[in-house]
Design a protein. Structure first.
Length: 467
């Protein structure tokens, strides 16, 4: 490569590096992609969330423009032309000039209808609906990204544990082969050790495949093209929680729950729509309009008359109109307006039932998540004891195998027991974390608030389990 091309390459690289760093907004300098940075990328790249934001902006603009309902319709009109009645004749010689005519008008009209009574509330409820829709999509995206993030972390941890188990099986297989070649062990022991190694390798492959699927899901949610090049945070330490009764939790947080707020807004919207329908169907419509016009009309000269100077007539006029329309069909059973009112009333009843269903569902979901959290905590206590015993048992098994007291199959069984216990611990920790996030989202709070609100105490844990 020539010196000039080398220098050019270095200059391009020098100026490109800052741009590359600016694009990698998720890199905080240590190569670790945090949960918060993953959420930021997901929010930036999610089209559905962007659509919801546009819809929210539109609803906010419409809510702020409520005064437009009470503004009159104003029109400006005008016309210009000529008319044959405006030709001027001189001494019958048919010498003539055209007459000019024009009209300029300004009009304004203002209808007063029943739906104007509820227009302000309609716009406000629409804004609330759009805000709740955005919040729902954001929370769904956030919960999905967090679940995918920690699932990927758990899969990576499981792969590392399986690789450690594989290395242990490989060491045993290598030692067995050396013993076999030295005539110190049987071919059966060699075959068993090689089978155990193959089984350990298969476990690693299966867990790596699961990690690939978890990685794909994470990349789809966040929009990151290749997340495998980044490190993730370690699975956080499990924070034990204690709870009062699910009803106590419900009573404290139900009003802030997204599902309850959405159902309550739906009920308010249905009630407002029913009221709007009644005002529109029963109330008369008044229309007031005014118009003012200026026009010029030429004075027509008749043939045979003496020379008539060209002249025009200028005029103006003001017009005021008031009209009223009284609806009748809404009072007639079976008419479309009458049925529309009934439909809106039914929609209110349906919305009330949906709110009650949302309240019951929330209470049931709180109960389920609380029980899942408490049960996983009990399982974690047992798994921690189980792992300690499995590790000790595996250590004794290795010593016994080296002393010729047990077979390779016995050693492998001990190794698999330890591997299973360690994988179960990772899985249970992930379930506990996922259930905690789920409960926090149900209550409309973040995970840290949940952990601070319900710290672990033995008595409260028992109370939560009993209820």
């Amino acid at each position: 490569m020539s010196k000039k091309r080398t220098l050019a390459f270095l200059l391009v690289l020098l100026f490109a590096l800052p741009l590359m760093a600016a694009d990698s907004t998720w890199d905080n300098g240590d190569g670790i992609l945090s949960v918060e940075e993953a959420l930021g990328m997901a929010k930036k790249n999610n089209v559905s969330l962007q659509v919801a934001q546009v819809q929210l902006n539109t609803a906010i603009r419409n809510a702020n423009a409520v005064s437009s309902t009470y503004m009159p319709q104003i029109d400006l009109s005008g016309s210009i032309g000529t008319t044959t009645g405006g030709w001027q004749f001189i001494n019958n010689n048919n010498n003539a000039t055209p007459g000019l005519t024009y009209n300029v008008g300004l009009s304004a009209s203002m209808p007063f209808s029943g739906n104007m009574v509820t227009d302000g509330r309609t716009r406000s409820l629409a804004k609330t609906s759009a805000n709740l829709a955005y919040e729902t999509k954001y929370n769904s995206l956030e919960e999905g990204v967090i679940d995918a993030y920690w699932d990927l972390v758990a899969c990576d941890t499981a792969v590392q544990i399986a690789k450690q188990s594989y290395e242990s099986a490989k060491m045993t297989a290598d030692a067995t082969r050396e013993s076999y070649e030295a005539g110190l062990t049987s071919e059966l022991m060699l075959v068993q050790s090689e089978y155990n190694l193959s089984d350990a390798e298969l476990n690693v492959k299966q867990l790596e495949d699961q990690k690939k699927l978890a990685l794909l899901s994470f990349e789809i949610l966040t929009g990151i093209e290749d997340a495998s090049i980044y490190k993730l945070e370690d699975l956080p330490e499990t924070v034990y929680l204690s709870f009062p009764t699910p009803m106590d939790i419900y009573s404290k947080y139900a009003s802030g729950s997204l599902s309850i707020r959405t159902s309550q807004n739906s009920l308010s919207s249905a009630e407002n729509a029913s009221e709007t329908q009644k005002w529109s169907s029963w109330a008369p419509t008044f229309t007031v309009s005014a118009s003012y016009g200026i026009n010029q009309t030429p004075i027509t000269a008749k043939p045979g008359n003496p020379i008539v100077p060209s002249s025009t007539e200028l005029g103006d006029g003001l017009s005021l109109t008031a009209a009223v329309s009284i609806p009748i069909s809404a009072y007639i059973p079976g008419s479309s307006q009458y049925l529309a009112i009934q439909d809106k009333d039914d929609a209110v009843t349906e919305a009330r039932l949906n709110l009650k269903n949302a309240q019951d569902t929330l209470l049931n979901s709180i109960t389920s998540d609380v029980q899942s959290i408490l049960l996983s905590q009990e399982q974690l206590d047992l798994l921690n004891k189980n792992i300690a015993q499995a590790r000790y048992s595996y250590q004794l098994s290795k010593e016994a195998y080296e002393g010729g007291l047990i077979t390779n199959k016995d050693l492998n069984d001990s190794r698999l027991t330890l591997l299973t216990a360690e994988l179960n611990l990772v899985s249970t920790r992930l379930d506990h974390l996922s259930n905690c996030y789920s409960l926090a989202y149900l209550l409309g709070i973040d995970l840290e608030t949940l952990q601070n609100e319900y710290p672990y105490t033995e008595s409260a844990t028992v109370q939560g389990m009993e209820n």
